[in-house]
Design a protein around this ligand. Structure first.
Ligand SMILES: C[S@@+](CC[C@H](N)C(=O)[O-])C[C@H]1O[C@@H](n2cnc3c(N)ncnc32)[C@H](O)[C@@H]1O
Length: 420
């Protein structure tokens, strides 16, 4: 793939851009197999062929830093701290990782920034030309608008979030919202996220939804997951659909009567793995994500018989989700506080992995299977060391992040029953 920003040294995100895509996939497959085969002595892992999606235009979410001025806002990134573009805004509205529907939204969004007078936040302002060594007061930084975050649904709808330093511009945004909705009728949800700290964090805790609609429907493999502004969603919609399908296939083969989905987000694994008579519990730290998961569950529970979702009849779904419940909480605390383990546990943690405490609990629990979906094979390898009785049986690389060295890996572990 060719990229003018990479070639000019303005953006370094796609570190594998110069490598042909089939080679990227082959090298990732080799890397993950070498890492995980050696992490578990004597393991005989059945590696399925890698799952790939489109090598460009696959990102369903754009996280744009806003720089420039009110009249000429720049949506993209801030140039890396050293080099010719240091501290400069780099326009990435034509980034090849974004589908055309996302790219087409950036112009009208930039126009709204101008119309509503949202001054781009200048993260460099107090220290520029200054020799002060102390951290300046937050009020010393200029500007209001930090990021614009845009998510594209499989049906072409958009969720737009403005990350602001304070609530001060909210009234102006509300006033000019009709013009944005007229220019981009596919915008379903608009919100403001308030992030007052001068820190390298994308967003804060406080969200104000400005539209009547609160959730973006993400239709995957027949199930429509409802995404709220602060909830996590897998970056690559096509590969996420394949991930949930693979999980469902392996879970159905094992056919557990009870299943937990830890780190469940908006419920992707839990809902895809639901089945009549199977007790499913989804646990997630974000109450917002849990509310989204509950919305999808309720929708499936009320499907009329004869309607088909995925390949299943409405009545099948109503039965399948009867025993699905979601709760907000810490995954490790939930497991450690539970009276009994389920037959199968799905874990899909952030990059840090599940950690020794939860891995140790899984090791000594009665769970017969663990399905581990990881975006960081190094922390997965570390976690495997804490659960030696759970033997990796099958694994599959899913290339969620083409052009970079990152990937997702799904692994099915089975408890080794001592001989005799
Ligand atoms: C990689 S995402 C996976 C989400 C979901 N499984 C999916 O497929 O979209 C990790 C999730 O873990 C949640 N999380 C982070 N720390 C957690 C914790 N201590 N306990 C439970 N959930 C946590 C995050 O909010 C996020 O939704």
């Amino acid at each position: 793939m060719q990229c003018p920003h990479f070639d000019a040294g303005r953006c370094h995100s796609c570190t594998l851009l110069a490598t042909p895509y089939p080679t990227q996939v082959a090298e990732k497959a080799q890397h993950v197999a070498a890492l995980l085969d050696s992490a578990v002595p004597g393991a005989r892992i059945d590696w399925l062929p890698p799952v790939t999606g489109p090598e460009s235009a696959f990102r369903n979410k754009a996280k744009m830093v806003v720089t420039g001025t009110v009249d000429a806002p720049v949506l993209g990134i801030l140039g890396s701290s050293s080099g010719p573009f240091a501290g400069q805004g780099v326009d990435l509205t034509d980034c090849g990782l974004y589908p055309p529907e996302l790219q087409a939204a950036f112009g009208p969004l930039a126009a709204l920034v101008t119309r509503a007078g949202l001054t781009p936040y200048d993260a460099t302002s107090p220290s520029r030309g200054s020799r002060r060594r102390e951290t300046p007061r937050e009020s010393a930084w200029r500007g209001e608008l930090k990021h614009v975050l845009v998510t594209l649904s499989p049906d072409g709808e958009l969720m737009v979030r403005f990350v602001l330093r304070s609530q001060e511009p909210v009234a102006r945004l509300r006033k000019h919202l009709p013009a944005l909705l007229a220019a981009l009728p596919q915008v379903a949800v608009v919100s403001v996220n308030v992030q007052p700290a001068h820190a390298a964090v994308l967003e804060g805790d406080h969200e104000i939804v400005l539209t009547e609609r609160q959730t973006l429907p993400m239709r995957l493999g027949g199930i429509t997951l409802h995404l709220r502004p602060q909830s996590f969603f897998q970056t690559n919609t096509a590969v996420a659909a394949a991930l949930y399908d693979q999980a469902r296939e392996w879970v159905d083969e094992v056919a557990p009567a009870s299943l937990w989905d830890l780190y469940c987000g908006v419920g992707g694994f839990a809902l895809h793995c639901a089945a009549p008579g199977r007790a499913v519990v989804g646990i997630e730290i974000s109450a917002e994500a849990i509310a989204s998961a509950a919305t999808t569950r309720a929708e499936l529970a009320h499907l009329p018989a004869g309607s088909v979702v995925g390949t299943r009849d409405g009545a099948w779904w109503a039965d399948a989700v009867r025993d699905v419940r979601f709760a907000a909480g810490d995954a490790t605390a939930f497991a450690l506080g539970a009276e009994a383990a389920p037959e199968l546990v799905v874990v899909n943690p952030p990059r840090r992995g599940i950690g020794p405490e939860l891995a140790g609990w899984l090791e000594s629990s009665g769970a017969r299977h663990v399905l581990y979906s990881s975006c960081n094979a190094t922390t997965l390898a570390g976690d495997l060391a804490h659960m030696p009785s759970l033997r990796p049986r099958r694994a599959r690389l899913l290339d969620m992040f083409p052009q970079t060295s990152h990937y997702e890996v799904l692994m099915l572990l089975e408890r080794e029953v001592p001989a005799g």
